[in-house]
Design a protein around this ligand. Sequence first.
Ligand SMILES: Nc1ncnc2c1ncn2[C@@H]1O[C@H](COP(=O)(O)OP(=O)(O)O)[C@@H](O)[C@H]1O
Ligand SMILES: O=C(O)C1=C[C@@H](OP(=O)(O)O)[C@@H](O)[C@H](O)C1
Ligand SMILES: [Mg+2]
Length: 182
Amino acid sequence: MENRQVPLKEKSIVFIGFMGVGKTTIGKLVAKKLYRDFVDIDVEIEKEFNMPVSQIFDEIGEQAFRQREKEIIIEQCRQKLRIISVGGGAFLQEEIRKECLSSCIVIFLDLSWESWKERISMIIDSRPVLKGKTIEEIEELFYKRQDVYSAHHSKIQTDHQEVEEVADYIVNSLKLAWELNE
Ligand SMILES: Nc1ncnc2c1ncn2[C@@H]1O[C@H](COP(=O)(O)OP(=O)(O)O)[C@@H](O)[C@H]1O
Ligand SMILES: O=C(O)C1=C[C@@H](OP(=O)(O)O)[C@@H](O)[C@H](O)C1
Ligand SMILES: [Mg+2]
């Protein structure tokens, strides 16, 4: 389905940002508050391969993961009324960026490096891209990736904010934008 003529209120919403910023957690919460279906692209890929992302990287390879990531995101973006959380590496692919930006509302969840660093122990084991890297190398990747996240419709600064607060702010902002667009 071509999604470009879809009214703003019905457009799917895509969450982007670096690993661990809260795309999965906040996306799920926003979906619940808006009574919309939630899709986490990593979870969809894990279901297909029947193994966690880190095992897919080890046993099948990152390239196969990126290929399915692209296909599933494009498929999901063309649906209406979805809340979609993509992996932090998805926007490195131009085709994904273009599709998300043309079909959906793209929300960038921003977090400072200082705040992000405090979360590292929670995510390091499940993110193969971080495995074996020094903190300096991760910091370099963090800043390098910010370039691709600059392609978005809306940015939310999440430092020192609880997930509920961030989700409520997003829901209220969306409702306001929808009202103004009516
Ligand atoms: N605003 C927040 N404040 C504190 N912890 C958070 C916040 N958002 C997410 N987290 C925690 O950070 C970790 C990574 O969150 P997750 O939603 O998986 O991020 P992503 O999908 O962007 O990789 C989880 O343990 C989650 O509970
Ligand atoms: O940034 C990346 O390259 C990745 C981010 C992960 O998703 P989260 O951003 O949800 O952690 C997951 O897709 C995979 O481990 C690769
Ligand atoms: Mg996630």
